[in-house]
Design a protein around this ligand. Structure first.
Ligand code: BES
Ligand code: MN
Ligand code: MN
Length: 455
């Protein structure tokens, strides 16, 4: 569609400047000091949706951060696409590792550096601009709804209730999400699944107070040593997870699926060089893509205890802590695995310490059927604008609400991510390539067109 291209070409500098304005708001959902920024960001999203041509946009307060809902209904009888995204971002820390200020978007070599540039402001904003293009060129032929939340990065604690309470409002024929990655513009891919998550925190207590490590050391178990041993025992020599029952519900990939996965290009040397590591690590018997896509994992997100300040303090600490999470694959269940993790940590603790384990947020894994209309439309849209049929791959990250959307609304979710794995999501120097931003805006109208034609 030449009209879409022309419209984008004429307005592309403004599109970018508008995105920058969103990126300048530090909408960090995890920190209460940013509550005002969250509201301001929600207001700006609302304004932008209205400017783009939505007929109605409302901000729904929750017990946490607000949800922005907007819609453009041209005819209730026509197909409806529900676009989901999130305007909240991860904390920018550690700030000293940023080469440019995290909330002052800066373009270097065609890349937009800013917290949230890729995850997810830059990506959901592609959908807002695609709506504008469709409206302005009089070519919108379906209904589009937007649900842009402010708590994805903290596990979407209030979105589930909102979805359950607003089924009629959110009623649609598919959910479209740009909040993941593709291999590259040259080798396009589409995520056909995301992993789930179970997250716990453990507190290991030894003596009832911190002790002089000379007076007591050697006679009393050090909770840090004990915790370290417990953690080390969670993987065996093949890097399999040792928790009994952990793999019970894992849906094993068929040889045909593994063959398809092997088609996605992978440059091991470039991968290692980018990360500054000499050797890869992972579950024996699986490729890197399988390890991050179709296999569950167990990760230590943080470990602390004792004295970590300046200088050396000789102390035998009373407590040690760790934050432990598991990435899940179909058909593992988040609650079941979390409970399993908690019980296992309590069970393997020796008698010289006590273990208290608590639950953080989680989410279920999700799989998009390749034969679904939504996937077919996304594949054709990407083929149209990037010139190649995208390779279906599994994304390693999690979007907790996906499984719930399917359960509550009875519709499929399709992922059309335009980020790259190397975009430094959640890390310092997060970026989003300008070319990917513009390609995304170019591709999305085709999704609506094809989805509507195929329905
Ligand atoms: N956009 C990511 C999820 C993602 C990243 C999917 C890369 C596929 C590829 C999302 O914002 C995210 O970070 N999710 C969290 C989940 C959480 C905080 C419950 C995650 O995956 O850790
Ligand atoms: Mn995201
Ligand atoms: Mn994220």
């Amino acid at each position: 569609m030449q009209a879409w291209k022309d419209y984008q070409e004429k307005n592309k500098d403004r599109f970018l400047e508008e995105l920058f304005e969103l990126l300048r708001i530090p909408s960090v959902s995890a920190k209460s000091e940013h509550k005002k920024d969250m509201l301001q960001c929600a207001e700006l999203v609302k304004k932008r949706l209205l400017d783009a041509g939505a007929d109605t946009v409302n901000i729904y307060p929750t017990d946490g951060h607000p949800i922005v809902y907007g819609e453009k209904i041209i005819d209730p009888k026509k197909p409806t696409v529900l676009v989901y995204g999130h305007y909240d971002v991860q904390p920018a820390e550690p700030l000293e590792l940023w080469k440019t200020p995290p909330f002052e978007p800066t373009v270097i070599d065609g890349k937009i550096f800013a917290r949230g540039s890729c995850d997810d402001k830059g990506q959901f904003y592609m959908h807002v601009k695609a709506l504008e293009i469709l409206v302005q060129t009089n070519s919108l032929n379906n209904n589009i709804k937007f649900c842009i939340e402010g708590e994805e990065e903290i596990g979407s604690p209030h979105l589930g209730k909102f979805v359950a309470d607003h089924k009629e409002l959110l009623k649609a024929d598919c959910v479209l999400i740009s909040d993941s990655a593709m291999i590259s513009l040259e080798t396009p891919s589409l995520d056909v699944g995301l992993r789930g998550l179970s997250y716990i925190e453990v507190e290991v207590t030894g003596p009832n107070r911190d002790l002089h490590s000379g007076v007591y050391g050697g006679a009393v178990a050090n909770p840090i040593t004990i915790l370290a041993k417990m953690i080390a025992s969670l993987h065996d020599e093949n890097n399999h997870i040792t928790i009994p029952g952990f793999y019970d519900d894992v849906l094993e990939s068929t040889p045909a699926e593994r063959e398809l996965m092997a088609k996605a290009p992978f440059d091991e040397e470039a991968f290692k060089a980018d990360l500054g590591i000499k050797e890869l690590w992972g579950e024996n018997g699986y490729t890197t893509h399988e390890r991050t896509g179709v296999r569950p994992t167990l990760e230590l997100n943080g470990i602390w205890g004792g004295y970590t300040g300046e200088g050396a303090k000789t102390v035998l600490p009373s407590k040690a802590y760790a934050k432990i999470s598991a990435r899940l694959v179909p058909n593992q269940k988040s609650d079941k695995i979390a409970e399993m993790l908690i019980q296992h940590m309590e069970k393997i603790a020796p008698a010289n310490v006590t273990v208290k384990a608590t639950l953080h947020h989680g989410g279920e894994p999700y799989l998009t059927p390749l034969n679904s209309t939504a996937y077919q439309a996304a594949s054709k849209a990407v083929e149209t604008t990037l010139g190649k049929v995208p390779i279906p791959v599994r994304g390693g990250g999690s979007i907790p609400i996906c499984a719930l959307f399917e359960k509550e609304l009875g519709i499929k979710i399709v992922f059309m991510g335009f980020g790259l794995d190397s975009d430094n999501l959640h890390s310092p120097n997060e970026k989003f390539n300008m070319a990917n931003f513009y390609k995304g805006i170019e591709t999305i109208p085709y999704f609506h067109k094809y989805f509507t034609e195929m329905m």
